[in-house]
Design a protein around this ligand. Structure first.
Ligand code: SAM
Length: 266
């Protein structure tokens, strides 16, 4: 029998990016097929589980930075299954009145987010596909909670590398730039070519067995996606080099994912 947190219709026979990432971060909303995928990926490319932790740490620092720069509204797209260091916890710790809408394509991520946010009047979660920005921007829950006449922090952390083929991430980022006012920001992290090219290629092949294949892009290509946004200091850099916390100084540099924060061009 399936656990009560599994929404109807969820395919538990195919690994899924949200649940694999949840397992890598030590969460409990995953199945045997996801755990096996994560272990296979770690064997094929040692360090990929640490990469998930480093990405999550980048997300937390980016949210703190945005809150410190006056952002009180967050639209977190490809938000994942709530686990360590959730955006609403980080943002509402920095500013109790911060508002957050989580958006994910994965029903487990959305259902669990809605469950832990019950009673939080300033945070909610909806199902949505980043490839369809207008559906997200026009979703009544999004427009009820977020005021698009004021700056918004859009988060697309570790999601745009799941977009490719006929879907153009540059078009997606442009549509969000067009929908937000000056003073808004976007935070992005993205897989880039790794030193261990063979290991990364093995993991890319593993992802082809999931509903979301992986598209590795060079740092220059990722910057090129950000038309309409101005990348801020220190630029698009290895995620562990982006405003590192002093206590992270001894951690090995994570160079296979780059991240940064960009401001909407006025
Ligand atoms: N942003 C979170 C973080 O960085 O901690 C979670 C990242 S997790 C690696 C990627 C998430 O993107 C998964 O939850 C997955 O379901 C979601 N995702 C993949 N394709 C998506 C799409 N087309 N639209 C919305 N979410 C998507």
């Amino acid at each position: 029998m399936l656990p009560e947190w599994v929404p109807d219709g969820v395919d538990i026979t195919t690994p899924n990016a949200a649940r694999v990432y949840d397992y890598a971060l030590g969460g409990f909303h995953n199945f045997e097929v996801d755990r096996r995928f994560a272990e296979d990926a770690e064997r094929a490319w040692p360090g990929v589980i640490q990469l998930a932790h480093d990405n999550r740490a980048f997300l937390g620092r980016a949210v703190r930075w945005l809150a410190g720069n006056g952002i009180r509204q967050f639209l977190d797209i490809g938000s994942g299954i709530p686990t360590l260091g959730n955006v609403h916890e980080v943002a509402q710790y920095a500013a109790a009145d911060a508002r957050i809408v989580y958006v994910d394509i994965d029903p487990v991520a959305v259902a669990h987010s809605q469950r832990i946010l019950a009673g939080n009047r300033h945070a909610t979660a909806v199902q949505g596909d980043v490839r369809r920005p207008q559906d997200i921007l026009g979703h009544p829950t999004v427009t009820d909670l977020l005021d698009f006449s004021r700056p918004i922090g859009v988060l697309m952390v570790a999601v745009l590398h799941f977009i490719g083929g006929p879907d153009d991430p540059a078009r997606i980022l442009r549509e969000f730039a067009d929908a937000t006012v000056a003073g808004s920001y976007v935070a992005v992290s993205h897989s880039v070519p790794a030193e261990d090219a063979a290991g990364q290629e093995n993991v890319r092949r593993l992802y082809q067995r999931t509903p979301t294949s992986l598209h590795v892009r060079t740092p220059a290509e990722v910057v090129g996606l950000l038309a309409g946004w101005q990348v801020l200091d220190p630029g698009l850099v290895p995620i562990s080099d982006w405003h590192p916390d002093p206590e992270d100084a001894d951690d090995p540099a994570q160079r296979s994912a780059f991240g940064g924060v960009a401001r909407k061009l006025s």
